[in-house]
Design a protein around this ligand. Structure first.
Ligand SMILES: [Fe+2]
Ligand SMILES: [Fe+2]
Length: 190
């Protein structure tokens, strides 16, 4: 079991990364934690593994500071999992728990191919839910002067994400973010 003190250390470690990319990192992360915990309450899975993975799932974006392109999609969950592994060893979390948390981080960008493992699929779903509910500041398009094409690309991305949430093993997930999804679509309407 990950103790409350260890969880606090994990949270603090994640929070230290808030200066990365921009403040959006922390808002996104707290949204992922919120959605993960809600999903866990409804659908089960190991709470401590899920919460730890949610706090740590994007810490690797730190390494890509000012080079967002390099840290997009494929790479940052690998870096995040390596950093998480090292940090959790330092605070004496067991090898088995570290492996479970890191596996969930590595799977966090799964889309239609949700992992069978409950902890992993919850993180993957919560990460998508957070894209629809966070404040956008972690997004590439934040604060940019957007062309019609940009907006079309963004709304298509949002639609894809919503569909991935709908296709998740968690029936109420899409319903839960529906309102904010509609608002976001409206915000980026071309
Ligand atoms: Fe990520
Ligand atoms: Fe994320």
């Amino acid at each position: 079991m990950i103790t409350p003190l260890q969880m606090q250390k994990i949270k603090d470690y994640s929070k230290k990364m808030r200066w990365t990319i921009n403040e959006g990192y922390w808002n996104h992360t707290t949204e992922v934690v919120k959605h993960s915990i809600n999903l866990q309450k409804k659908f089960g899975g190991k709470k401590d593994i899920i919460e730890a993975a949610a706090w740590l799932h994007d810490i690797g974006k730190n390494k890509g500071r000012n080079k967002l392109e390099d840290m997009s999609k494929e790479k940052h969950q690998i870096v995040s999992s390596e950093m998480a592994d090292k940090f959790m060893k330092e605070i004496n979390i067991s090898d088995e728990e570290i492996r479970k948390v890191c596996d969930a981080i590595l799977q966090s960008h799964s889309t239609n191919d949700y992992p069978a493992n409950k902890e992993q699929s919850i993180i993957a779903c919560a990460d998508k839910m957070a894209v629809l509910t966070d404040n956008d500041e972690a997004r590439r398009w934040h604060g940019k002067n957007l062309s019609k094409e940009d907006k079309l690309l963004i709304t298509n991305t949002l639609k894809d994400i919503f569909l991935h949430i709908k296709n998740s093993p968690f029936p109420s997930a899409a319903e839960y973010v529906q309102e904010q999804y509609v608002k976001k679509l409206e915000k980026y309407k071309a």
